[in-house]
Design a protein around this ligand. Structure first.
Ligand SMILES: Nc1ncnc2c1ncn2[C@@H]1O[C@H](COP(=O)(O)OP(=O)(O)O)[C@@H](O)[C@H]1O
Ligand SMILES: Nc1ccn([C@@H]2O[C@H](COP(=O)(O)OP(=O)(O)O)[C@@H](O)[C@H]2O)c(=O)n1
Ligand SMILES: [Mg+2]
Length: 240
């Protein structure tokens, strides 16, 4: 299995700037930061066996899965959605299926070891080295357990920043038959997101790994912010 030292990073450039004004204190913490897409630095990423891990964060309905599909298409990443892996466990009638189903219905977080085991299995059986891990980590506990079990940190973290009313609207229109896409569960999920997921966003922002994406507008408008993040990392592009 591949392993590498925690906190190793391929990048030398800084990609955040701190707003310098008094109004900052009125904003939510991440609103005080903007993302400056770094200039392309040729040869910054060496293709080898080392995985390139992108965590994809954002509230329910913020468009993580939709944007991941586009990144896969353009840059050849393997997309691992934690939620999809958990739903697959439920569908396969695994021993943990009922517990996972009840947790998802309540909008709560499944025990970290279980979710990480599913992610780890997918990564280890993949020939790819570029991974989008979507919907994970959803809590500090998720994050710390991943680092401990896998012995790696993400290289970059995308955060889709979307207003709550827009997220609710999108989830209620999603139409994928999900047990958690109803108004009762979505309200619980938004609370869990604020309480447990935002500290993870803050952690990566402070580490300089966070790319905040303004997740309002059309899918293509949002992707216009996402595309340069990956283009600047000098990956070979699969399709324009
Ligand atoms: N920019 C957008 N504008 C309107 N609807 C969107 C947009 N992006 C995604 N959607 C739709 O919103 C729903 C939630 O998107 P999804 O990618 O599943 O979000 P997440 O994975 O963050 O929950 C889906 O039905 C999707 O088609
Ligand atoms: N790391 C994770 C990811 C998802 N989940 C569970 O799976 C549900 C659906 O996750 P998802 O990523 O598919 O949801 P969306 O953000 O795509 O709407 C979450 O609300 C949690 O109940 C979890 O417990 N731990
Ligand atoms: Mg999703």
């Amino acid at each position: 299995m591949w392993r590498r030292v925690v906190s190793a990073s391929h990048f030398t450039f800084a990609h955040k700037s701190i707003a310098n004004n008094k109004d900052v204190c009125k904003l939510k913490f991440w609103e005080a930061f903007t993302t400056e897409i770094p200039l392309k630095e040729k040869g910054t990423f060496q293709r080898d066996k080392t995985p390139f891990i992108t965590f994809v964060l954002g509230g329910p309905g913020s468009g993580k899965g939709t944007q991941c599909m586009k990144i896969v298409e353009n840059f050849g990443f393997t997309h691992l959605s934690a939620g999809d892996l958990l739903r697959r466990e439920i569908a396969s009638n695994s021993a943990d299926g009922t517990m996972i189903l009840n947790t998802i219905k309540e909008g709560k977080i499944v025990p970290s070891e279980l979710t990480i085991r599913l992610i780890q299995k997918e990564m280890e059986s993949s020939d790819n080295y570029k991974f989008l891990i979507d919907g994970f980590p959803r809590s500090e506990e998720n994050r710390i357990a991943f680092e401990q079990i896998m012995g790696v940190e993400p290289d970059i973290v995308l955060f889709f920043d979307c207003p709550e009313d827009e997220m609710v609207k999108r989830v209620l229109n999603r139409n994928q038959g999900r047990v958690d896409d109803n108004i009762v569960t979505i309200k619980k999920r938004l609370k869990v997101f604020d309480a447990l997921n935002l500290p993870v966003v803050k952690y990566y922002m402070e580490k300089g790994k966070l790319y905040k994406i303004k997740a309002v507008g059309t899918v293509d408008e949002i992707y216009k912010q996402v595309y340069p993040v990956f283009a600047s990392l000098n990956f070979e592009q699969v399709r324009e």
